[in-house]
Design a protein around this ligand. Sequence first.
Ligand SMILES: [Zn+2]
Length: 234
Amino acid sequence: VVARTDGDVLAAAARNRLLNELPETNRAEILAHATVVKLEQGRELYREGGIVSMVYFPVDAVISMMLGEGNTDIEIATVGNEGLAGASATAGVPRALGKTLVQVPGHALTLNAVEAERLARELPNFALLMQRFMFAFLRLVAQGTLCCQLHSVEERCARWLLLCRDRAGSEEFRLTQDFLATMVGARRGAVNLALAVFRKAGAIEYSYRMLKMLSSDQLESFSCPCYRVIRETF
Ligand SMILES: [Zn+2]
């Protein structure tokens, strides 16, 4: 826990786009129960099928949900400042969709899951916002299925990097090729080739596991339309 003061909570909440959709009085009521936490890269927030005891509204952290079989994990969805992790808890289903990990370190606002469910029962605007978020989330997962079947590794890598930039709210973030390969469901070699193409075109810079976006327009020219579809959905 890095902060308990109202000022820190308010500043953090201003950067979560979902919380910003709420009327001021509802937002204040929710924030009165929230805490700012720092999330380190790789931290496991929920186990696959595990209990959701806290929900997380990312401020600048990015969180991934994954399903695995044997030694292979596949990313099913990512969430950043456009949403929250553990949304189902607000509907009284505090179960994790999949293994949920911090992918880009940063901060999040956190609420006890029982408290979040109570707030959703008492504040119709909050309940409606959660329902809308869950619909957008469903659309995101559906688009991911289409993307995996129809689009190339290069297109998927570009889409993923653009969405990661939007969610983290930063042009620069920490990333390993192994991690990106898991996220887009491809072999490391193919991801390596895609990054080389983006770098050669001047769209990104990549060294010492730090990725810096130099031209998002250029990167978007390599992406499939899924980037725009997902962005507009949220
Ligand atoms: Zn796609």
